[in-house]
Design a protein around this ligand. Structure first.
Ligand SMILES: C[S@@+](CC[C@H](N)C(=O)[O-])C[C@H]1O[C@@H](n2cnc3c(N)ncnc32)[C@H](O)[C@@H]1O
Length: 268
């Protein structure tokens, strides 16, 4: 039986990832939603696939919305590729970072996507989100209201990491159920079919990443957590994590697999 490692999720200082409190801490500590661990990837990277998908729908007259844009780094990659690009996020710290050095053609606004959106009907040709709020859930009006008929919406969601990571570091990471891939496929299938979108594509795919050092296993686990908790995790786990890491690493680093969901739909 592999040794059960310290579980930081059970510590009272653990902040539930992706909550407002967690994003607020991340914005305070790093100014943006940036992965702090060091790694390399096999091609193609999920982000590159998503960039190419979005690019296929851009043109010089397009109006584009990035929902949950974080610190705007990804939004800015589309600069000069459309008439107008807008990024919205509920987190003020991220939007403050996004506005630093932003050009005139890209606007960033603090907006809660769960509330009525400050845009006219039929405003956007392309609405996308990279791991942010999906505006086309069943019963949601706002996404359909602000996208033009025939406009395109795209979503990329990170659906967790495994490829052995979870069994190598039990306790620190929890196992996925055996039905994990079927479950996420079913979740996105129903999300897509319940929306009022014409389906263009739905794909669950794997991306291979190599964590470069034992610390990166801990940095990944503690992404967005407070420094005080990180200190405890390092004290409790680093030695064991180093042993396991060096037993299993490849010449490129410790191989892990990220699961992603890609959705592309057309507004009717
Ligand atoms: C996982 S992060 C992704 C950030 C960025 N899109 C990226 O890929 O780097 C999710 C983002 O959605 C934002 N978000 C969560 N709920 C939101 C809401 N109700 N309205 C607007 N943004 C929201 C978060 O603040 C965060 O920036």
């Amino acid at each position: 039986m592999p040794k059960l490692l310290f579980d930081p999720k059970k510590h009272p200082d653990w902040i539930l990832p992706q909550t407002a409190e967690w994003h607020a801490n991340l914005a305070l500590e790093s100014g943006g939603y940036k992965y702090p661990w060091k790694s390399v990837f096999d091609e193609p990277r999920a982000e590159v696939i998503f960039t190419e998908k979005i690019s296929a729908f851009l043109h010089q007259n397009a109006r584009v919305l990035d929902v949950g844009c974080g610190h705007g780094e990804f939004t800015k990659t589309f600069e000069h590729r459309a008439k107008e690009i807008m990024g919205i996020d509920v987190n003020e710290g991220y939007i403050a970072s996004a506005n630093e050095g932003a050009s005139e053609s890209i606007k960033f606004l603090v907006v809660d996507a769960n509330k009525p959106l400050p845009f006219f009907d039929d405003s956007f040709d392309v609405i996308y989100t990279k791991k942010g709020p999906w505006l086309f859930h069943k019963g949601m009006e706002e996404g359909h209201r602000i996208i033009k008929p025939g406009g395109t919406t795209l979503g990329l969601y990170h659906c967790g990491t495994d490829g052995g990571l979870r069994s190598l570091f039990p306790g620190l990471y929890s196992p996925h159920p055996d039905s994990y891939l079927e479950d996420i496929t079913a979740k996105f299938e129903s999300q897509m079919s319940e929306s009022n979108l014409e389906r263009i594509e739905l794909r669950i795919f794997e991306e291979v990443e190599y964590l470069l050092a034992p610390e990166d296993v801990l940095i990944k686990k503690c992404f967005g957590q407070k420094e005080s908790l990180k200190k405890i995790v390092w004290q409790e786990c680093l030695k064991d994590v180093e042993d396991i890491f060096y037993q299993h690493t490849t010449p490129r680093g410790l191989r892990v697999v990220n699961y992603h969901a890609l959705m592309v739909g057309r507004a009717r």
